[in-house]
Design a protein around this ligand. Sequence first.
Ligand SMILES: *Cc1c(COP(=O)(O)O)cnc(C)c1O
Length: 496
Amino acid sequence: MKFIGTRGGSAVTGAEAIVRGMAEGGGLYVPEVFPSVTAEELEAMLPMSYPERAAFILGKYFDEYPRGELLQALETAYGKFEGDDPVPLVKIEDGLFVLELFHGPTCAFKDIALSVLPYLLRKGCDMLGIQSEILILTATSGDTGKAALEGFAGEKGVKVAVFYPDEGVSKMQKLQMVTQEGENVDVVAVKGNFDDCQMAVKKIFRSQECNEKLKEKGVLLSSANSINIGRLVPQIAYYFSAYCDLVTSEQIKPGDRVDFAVPTGNFGNILAAYYAEKMGLPVGTLVCASNRNNVLTDFFKKGTYDKKRPLFRTMSPSMDILVSSNLERLLFELSGRDVALTVERMKSLGSAGRYTVRAEELKKMQESFFAGFANEEETVECTYEFFEEFSYPLDPHTGVAMHVARTYCRKRAEDVNAEQRPMVVVSTASPYKFPQAVYYALTGNDVKDSFKGIKRIHLITAMKVPESLKELRYKPPRFKAVVAPDKIFEEVLNFA
Ligand SMILES: *Cc1c(COP(=O)(O)O)cnc(C)c1O
């Protein structure tokens, strides 16, 4: 299977796409054609373990990777997750399910892809005969950074530099990152918000000068952000797996359509669901849930993407984003894979801060997606009511998705002609990762100390506290640097 760039360039293998991270002209890699999963293949996936299901899906895209080795890498990666099932599907009530993607080492869904990316990258370099050191450069809104650090720490021939917005991540997220162990890692706070941070990092990727300076040092840049196709493909697998679980638990019959609601920031997670649908998974509606930063909600309603607005800090910091990078991949598909048009739109986004899609594209978007948002008050209220009703605690990101999903379901239930389908809400983080916000949502009270918050949430919910968060309390911080966005490259060079 080959991959092409959304802004043109030549087709490359999966290994090349993963190692490069970003395609020519600043574009993103997409599969040349979507591989399909037939009804028979889907049936064959039913008895499989999660690593086997994932190996099956990844193998369709990355077919030059030896299948046995790929499976082994996935088994090792998901063996580090807490519990028996790395991606359990929890039934809340008839027709409503939560897909828990937070049982990995950093308690957020980014672990699913970032715990296999090191293998994909290392093997990719081997297959391409690349001997230079790889520098993973990552901008994070909180969760990617830690998952990348955890995935790559101690990995030979690889260094990881993580940049996070100084005031834009939760206390727990920051603590997770600055206490990271390992000699091959660097963690730096950047003055500004996530968009400033992401923009500065993207600039380094695009700059020939930066790339050449690093080359002189024998270093090759790569990305662990969700622009890397090696991040996206492992995320497709859990949509297939959740569907399989619904079939094996006799909640649906094979072929029935299922809806997914996804708390969305950079549009990577929900794009993986869209890819799953393109591959043949029976998907109904994809519910794109945003927090108060509702640029995507407006886009799906009106067809104009307009990033010129203030960025709010919310209790769901991993979704505090105004420029959703992966949307470029959706635009590419909607336009009929029109490179010139995609380039034009991305240019317009850079210069005017906005672009508008054609009426027929907007129609296609609205057929596949329903978009909505939850403000802070709605998130708190949904989290409180959901716990009261089902004794199930939601983290703030999942709270946003649950609010939008339930709004959508309520609306559809009123329509007698509408097909009533099961809803799977994708849970992207453990409630213990955002203890202050969750404790406030559940009780209306503040708690200053994160670890006290964890204890109190445990008393109320009896949900198991992840070991990795418990341990944090006793780990000394190692990284203190704070830099301006235009000083990021200096920091990168020093580290390299
Ligand atoms: C990254 C993240 C999101 C947003 O996912 P995208 O793929 O960027 O849309 C949502 N919730 C949590 C907890 C995250 O870490």
